[in-house]
Design a protein around this ligand. Structure first.
Ligand code: NAP
Length: 482
């Protein structure tokens, strides 16, 4: 594959220094290509380009910007298979998942915001003999920083509303998964999106990401990634009074109530735990089970996990591929070892690679899906984010204890509740300190709804009107007839 380049001011260019980074396929540990190792100089060039393009893009009527979003959706849809292949190469996730989730959602992010914008009514309030008209203006040049787990899905989730609201963009994908961000830049270039409206700067987080957050002319930062990085981003951006959206880590609870029918839901519980090798911020990594049902549920859950087919991500039938990198594999394995040290019992999985992964994949970052029982719910393994294919099981005695365990981490992103009684499930859901709770379903997304976490899972919400508000500044014009 050709070396990747930055996309700045409508041109594909190397980094100012000419330095590069290797992009590695985690399923084979082989090099895919190289990408620019950019610096603050490249970020500054991208920002200048974005600022130069700002006035014309701001003046483009919203109807035309909606048309742009629709055209981008069409162009990405035509590349559905290419997106899926690149995403699987970069992340090691199964090709079926890349098609169903990554490629599909990247298109629907643009379609959704185009359609949603058409449905908006002008905001007006009448009082005291005057009418208040609320106008939305672009923020200006915005910085978008995204992680490796859902590369194009999460980038387009930010790009679509940012463009819609008239902003220009400096974006940085994870250096581990740059391929589909490059494909997006190529697509926008083919469509002839005005030069400078979208700029892409590849490189390392502490170099390029930090330079974006620090740049005085980048007025808003939309960041998705880990909580500790989010803390650094916040510490840098807050004193500059930048608009800040932080979508951070999670340690989500999957709660079975005592009327849940395990045989009907076991496959969904496994999916909620191990989709993308547990590398979805919404995955449930702690399963809370009524004590009287614990043995039965644990046995059926483990059997369900053992049915998952681990292997070559390009194989249509594979359900679990590699984790993102050899380094991440070591981190996840160290948590499994910590779990054992903390008194946990590995019920399935563990550190050894499945024997079915061999040949070109022998050097890949594969790990069997792992379930650990017997841990205190306050243990490090059960409270820190592992972000890999590791799930812990915890018995509870009554709903109050289940709430205590579910809320007993510093995170508060998502969770799920499983019950035959939806009212009971709804009531339990409202006791969970999280931004999102699903009852009898998981990762069931309506893009109009608020998405985001509480506590150390983030600040702000994305989706529908919340994304439109983040990417705009509102002016209230209060008019009284003379
Ligand atoms: P990460 O290490 O925090 O990186 C996220 C992005 O930030 C990457 O592009 C990274 O660049 C960049 N970055 C690193 N240091 C930076 C700095 N000082 N300033 C600005 N940017 C910087 O997270 P990750 O490991 O890629 O992703 C996994 C994490 O993301 C997990 O914690 C997961 O829960 C979270 N996540 C949250 C959501 C959500 O919606 N809440 C969704 C998906 C993932 P490099 O990759 O080049 O270092």
């Amino acid at each position: 594959m050709q070396p990747l380049l930055n996309y700045i001011g409508g041109s594909f260019v190397p980094s100012n220094s000419g330095d590069t980074i290797e992009d590695i396929n985690p399923a084979t540990n082989q090099r895919i290509t190289t990408l620019p190792r950019s610096s603050s100089i490249d970020v500054d060039k991208a920002t200048q380009a974005a600022i130069g393009a700002g006035p014309a893009w701001k003046a483009t009527p919203i109807e035309e910007r909606i048309k742009w979003l629709e055209n981008i959706a069409d162009a990405l849809e035509a590349k559905h298979e290419e997106i899926a292949l690149l995403e699987t190469l970069d992340t090691g996730k199964p090709i079926s998942l890349s098609r169903r989730v990554d490629a599909a959602r990247s298109v629907s992010n643009f379609r959704f915001f185009a359609q949603y914008a058409k449905e908006q009514q002008p905001m007006q309030f009448e009082a005291n003999g005057a009418i208040n008209h609320i106008h939305r203006n672009p923020v200006g040049c915005v910085g978008l920083i995204t992680p490796w787990n859902l590369p194009l899905y999460l980038l387009t989730w930010k790009v679509a509303p940012a463009l819609l609201m008239g902003n220009t963009i400096v974006a940085k994908p994870s250096e581990m998964t740059p391929l589909t961000a490059n494909l997006l830049a190529e697509t926008l270039d083919e469509l002839k999106l005005p030069e400078g409206v979208f700029n892409l700067v590849h490189g390392l987080g502490p170099e390029v990401g930090q330079a974006i957050v620090e740049h005085p002319n980048i007025k808003a930062i939309s960041f998705t990634g880990g909580t500790s990085t989010g803390r650094t981003v916040a510490a840098t951006a807050a004193p500059m009074f930048k608009k800040l959206s932080l979508e951070l880590g999670g340690k989500n609870a999957t709660v079975l109530l005592d009327d849940a029918r395990i045989d009907d839901i076991v496959d969904e519980l496994v999916r909620a735990s191990f989709t993308n090798s547990g590398q979805v911020c919404l995955c449930g990594s702690r399963v809370l089970i009524p004590a009287k049902m614990y043995d039965e549920v644990a046995e059926k859950f483990v059997k369900g996990v053992e049915r998952l087919k681990l292997g070559d991500p390009m194989d249509e039938s594979t359900q679990m591929g590699a984790v993102i990198s050899a380094e991440h594999l070591s981190k996840v394995e160290s948590y499994i070892n910590l779990g054992i040290e903390e008194g946990g019992i590995v019920l399935t999985g563990g550190t050894s690679v499945n024997a079915s992964v061999s040949g070109v994949h022998a050097e890949g970052a594969f790990l069997r899906p792992t379930v650990i029982g017997g841990l205190k719910h306050t243990s490090r393994t059960a409270t820190e984010e592992i972000f890999g294919p590791v799930v812990t099981l915890h018995p509870y005695h009554d709903e109050d204890e289940a709430v205590l365990i579910a809320n007993g981490t510093e995170y508060g992103l998502a969770g799920s509740v499983w019950t035959s009684d939806v009212e009971r499930g709804h009531a339990f859901a409202q006791r969970m300190d999280t931004g999102i709770v699903w009852v009898n379903t998981w990762l069931n997304r309506d893009l109009r709804t608020p998405f985001g976490g509480v506590k150390q899972s983030g600040i702000g919400r994305e989706g529908g009107i919340w994304s439109m508000s983040f990417f705009s500044e509102m002016t209230n014009v209060c008019i009284k007839q003379p």
